[in-house]
Design a protein around this ligand. Sequence first.
Ligand code: C2O
Ligand code: CU
Length: 444
Amino acid sequence: MLDATTGEIDLGGTTVPTWTYGGELPGRELRARRGDLLQVRLRNALPQPTTVHWHGLALRNDMDGVPALTQPEIAPAATFDYAFTVPDAGTYWFHPHVGVQLDRGLYAPLVVEDPDEPGDYDQELVVMFDDWLDGTGSDPDQVLVDLLTNGMGGMGGMGGMGGMGGMGGMVMPRSDLLGGDAGDVTYPYFLANGRTADAARAVDVRPGERIRLRLINASGDTAFRVGVPGTPMIVTHTDGFPVVPTPAEAVLLGMGERVDAVVEVADSVVPLLGLAEGKDGVTQVVLRPGPEAAPDVNAAVIALLGSRVTAVNELPAAESVALPALEPDVVHPMTLGGPEPGYTWTINGRTYDPAFGVSVREGQRVRLRFENPTTMFHPMHLHGHTFQIRGPAGAGPRKDTAIVLPGQALVVDFDADNAGQWLTHCHNVYHGEAGMMTVVSYVQ
Ligand code: C2O
Ligand code: CU
């Protein structure tokens, strides 16, 4: 039983009223093995209708959790039985697909284990990064209303920051790594596994242990730069699928993206940091092999800012999951647009309308070409499939969510092998709600 419910959550000294799965933040992890049948009864104790989307899984279409397109919304006080086979191992997560509920506390990890994977590590650590404003004097529904009314520069909680900057009264966050605007919404808190940096969760480790990190960005509007300063990570998976293991000092995770990486802990306390990219915020989980106090977070931030950031979109897929090289049977442009006056974000010139998706046929090799002429990055997500990025150097990683930088294009290929009506959209939850979604539609 999975309860979507309202309640108070302690972020580490600050208690906020919010919506969660089961009264925990993040919600309790679900774990399965590849090929398992996962059965979850969702009980909706929220004041709004909801659904659950199982982000990244190539599951049966009627369990995908997209209102109207794949299932009716689950009314308040109603239940819905999700049941589906999990086809691929990897690091996934789940969240609602109604409105901007995702930017409350409704998210949790879903880990699918591969019984055949050797697993060269001693323990696992799942870390969910999040930007937080719910219950701090505002909430995501209010932020969306503000954005739709006033355009960019939506305000998070803490009010009182007006007066800074120009137009919207806010200074837009910027990031070179993101090629421009770093976000539309101001957040008072940034969280790792539900905690702010000064109340960070600590994980007991033994010196020399190898930790498999499963890093998940569950944010609404924030990319995170993640690393363990001074400790190299070996990146092993992108969005659940293996890549050629690659050392990295830091990685950038857009909203919805995941990276698995292995770190070998030294004999002193180190932070696993998540910097809110371009937003001047930080959060952390502390890896603690001994009793000493955690090091100064500001020094760690400076070290991480000086680290090289590995481009996950360019990592080569592991041979076992690389798609066979084929010419596409069909190429669909996906031109991103916005924000138009007010706050409208589009794909191919339209806000979301399921009647104007793109068509594919079962068995086709499909190419999507995301073009981003806007001034902001968009983490574009495809439901029900794990595409392969085509990089300048040829075949890149398998992913289901990937950042498309401003002024750039991202080309992805996938095999149309999972019939249904599948959303593709920006995983900035405000962009998605403001229209930046469309449908990849299997036709006969
Ligand atoms: Cu995680 Cu349609 O999204
Ligand atoms: Cu976007």
